[in-house]
Ligand binder design. Sequence first.
Ligand code: NAP
Ligand code: GCO
Length: 259
Amino acid sequence: MINFRLDGKVALITGASYGIGFAIAKGFSEAGATICFNDINQELVDKGIKAYEEVGIKAHGYVCDVTNEEAVNALVKKIEEEVGVIDILVNNAGIIKRIPMIEMAASDFRKVIDVDLNAPFIVSKAVIPSMIKKGHGKIINICSMMSELGRETVSAYAAAKGGLKMLTRNIASEYGEYNIQCNGIGPGYIETPQTAPLRVEGHPFNSFIISKTPAARWGKTDDLMGPAIFLASDASNFVNGHILYVDGGILAYIGKQPK
Ligand code: NAP
Ligand code: GCO
């Protein structure tokens, strides 16, 4: 019987007080996993714990800046002591800065790379040793359309997400023999606070994305739950180094001809 269940598994989803991470955590909980999440400050963690309680989930929430290696190592140790060894890691925490490249300060570029690429390295490095000892592990990196495509004003984000695609493949290559599978999810354009500025009434990007998406709609965070459960479960034990695009068909489509 193909096993999509996550019973008995401990999952850490970074930056999951809301948005995509929250939806993925909800799906994992429905599949039986114990949910651990972090966010960047106590206010967000408290907001997240309340939001999880409202959907019947007793989540373990922790304050941790994923770019801080010392804090991440302490987080993983604390989770292992309080909850258990992390079986499933979702590197979800991320930021974007939409600035034309030649106007972007190097410090802004570095900040995006730090959160979106360096942090998945740091957190993955922190959890892999225990996964090796335990004899299995699942790492899911939240990539992007920008792992494959560029567009104006998102140079740092595209560089980070392109790098995250290759970090995913390298973790898969280096640790596959320990029964650790590392894959990516590449969401299309999803309705979350991160894309809210692009979805304001009358914003040209709104109709543009609809014309570029065969599904002719923005994605919803719940659209990511099933793909994430698949990659977190034993059903994907021979899937490794794969980026699963959940984009309504954007990457397959030239775009609707203007009327
Ligand atoms: P979001 O709404 O901005 O949520 C991102 C979460 O990460 C927030 O809770 C954020 O906290 C947290 N975070 C940011 N920096 C952090 C740090 N240094 N340490 C810990 N937590 C941190 O984003 P989202 O739309 O749900 O996206 C989640 C992931 O999916 C991101 O990696 C994003 O790049 C990716 N993605 C999004 C889309 C989309 O269309 N929305 C599509 C493809 C990929 P704060 O509230 O403090 O910022
Ligand atoms: C943007 C958007 C995208 C989405 C997502 C697409 O400004 O182009 O924010 O980058 O967040 O990454 O997959």
